[in-house]
Ligand binder design. Structure first.
Ligand code: SF4
Length: 438
């Protein structure tokens, strides 16, 4: 039996797909890249933005055509499956399953193969323990440590689709880290919608900071990352670990979303502009040469030119290493959708988006200049579309260079020769011996 996967959205979804792939491969399924070659298609969807939703419905149309031509069983999971449920089944999918149901995707396929068409939203997250089968490849893996989110930002659908915060026990996560290290994984990113909340619900002293410390002691693990932080949940203990532990990446992704207190309040973010700036200051004073990145939404309901200029001034003041910019789109069921009109025009949203993009490009170019002529240690990640190899340094800066596929997973020193607003380019000056990498 051959199965095709299509995944939309965040790393959490990508990771859930790897679990499903591992589970199905263990049951004898073969993963294929083309739905034309498949017997089953599983789509893992995203509901965070309207665009992802539209892309999914386009894809579903393509898959339904294949189904009609040659037969194809279609299963749809993820956040949009939670939101649209019966609508997706009505359009022609064979089964629709929830964000907590993917650990039993094999059983769902079996049911559908018997001709049943159904919705399934039972919670099986407790099945996902350290030795749950999963696809492991390369040198880097994601490990989900906390599910859901309790923050209920007014624009966000995630607390409704992924539920309340629920942490995995630290022992179990550490067993998974050891298992992955034994399989040759050197870099791990701990994932959570609000990763800083990790452990709070366990009430046994578990925290992200403690997990990072313990995971860094696992033999074979070279670098640890974590995503995504909620600014007011970042603790002093966490900053301390990032500052002192050489295996923990020197970067914080701290979504600010808006620079105006009025908009932050309407977004129900639980910090002010001033508190955010103080946090950035505190991190910079403790973590040497730290990289700080962020997310911003432009065109939130009621955002005036004055509000937007406060976001602009914040971006200028902080000098982020990267800014992910999104245009607001109302998500049915959220508080912002209920309370506010989407009153900033599409043209204005595009203008604000472009304005910030240009501003950030200039900042990136300037910040990247610091790398010119320097020799930087990276872990080689993959071959880029350009044909060059690339990797990232401990500050998450991407550097491309001429190299071979055999270098993936190894440390390399690259002398930076060319600087752009995006990646850096350089020349290989040293590569770790392959026998040091298991
Ligand atoms: S912190 Fe806010 S934006 Fe992030 S997942 Fe939770 S509700 Fe959504």
């Amino acid at each position: 039996m051959r199965v095709y996967f299509k995944t939309y959205g965040c790393q959490m979804n990508e990771n859930d797909t790897l679990y499903m792939m591992g589970l199905l491969e263990g049951k004898g399924y073969r993963i294929v890249d083309d739905p034309m070659d498949a017997d089953v298609a599983i789509v893992n969807t995203c509901a965070v933005r309207k665009k992802a939703e539209e892309k999914f419905y386009g894809k579903l149309g393509e898959l339904l055509k294949i189904k009609k031509e040659k037969g194809l069983l279609i299963g749809v999971g993820g956040c949009l499956a939670e939101k649209d449920r019966g609508k997706i089944l009505e359009k022609g999918a064979d089964f629709v399953f929830g964000t907590k149901s993917y650990p039993v995707v094999d059983e769902l396929i079996e049911r559908a193969l018997k001709g049943e068409r159904f919705l399934y939203f039972d919670d099986h997250l407790d099945d996902v323990i350290w030795n749950f089968p999963r696809k492991v490849s390369g040198h880097h893996m994601w490990v989900t440590i906390i599910y859901g989110c309790d923050r209920f930002c007014s624009y966000c659908i995630v607390p409704y689709t992924r539920g309340r915060e629920r942490s995995r026990p630290m022992d179990d996560v550490l067993k998974e880290v050891k298992m992955l290290a034994e399989k040759g994984i050197r870099e791990i990113t701990f994932l959570g919608q609000n990763v800083d909340a990790y452990g709070k619900d366990l009430k046994d002293g578990t925290s992200l900071a403690r997990l990072l410390e313990e995971a860094s002691k696992v033999e074979g693990i070279e670098r640890l990352w974590f995503l995504t932080s909620y600014p007011s949940d970042v603790t002093d203990e966490l900053i301390e670990v990032v500052a002192k532990n050489p295996k923990v990446a020197k970067t914080f992704h701290l979504p600010i979303q808006a620079g105006s207190d009025r908009i932050l309040e309407k977004m129900r973010r639980r910090y002010t502009r001033q508190e955010y700036l103080e946090l950035v200051e505190k991190i910079r004073s403790k973590v040497e040469d730290v990289s700080i990145t962020t997310d911003i939404i432009v065109g939130f309901p009621g955002e005036t030119e004055e509000d937007f200029m406060e976001t602009v001034s914040l971006v200028k003041e902080v000098q982020f290493e990267r800014v992910n910019i999104a245009m607001y789109s109302p998500r049915e069921g959220t508080l912002a959708w209920k309370l506010y009109d989407d009153d900033v025009s599409k043209e204005e949203k595009v203008r604000r988006f472009q304005y910030l993009l240009e501003l950030q490009k200039g900042i990136n170019r300037k910040l990247n200049e610091r790398y010119r002529g320097k020799t930087v240690r990276i872990i080689v990640e993959a071959r880029a579309k350009s044909g060059l190899m690339y990797g990232r340094d401990i500050r998450n800066k991407i550097i491309a260079f001429e190299g071979d596929d055999e270098m993936v997973g190894r440390y390399a020193d690259i002398k930076v020769t060319k600087v752009t607003a995006g990646p850096l380019y350089g020349r290989l000056v040293w590569i770790e011996e392959p026998e040091r990498v298991r």
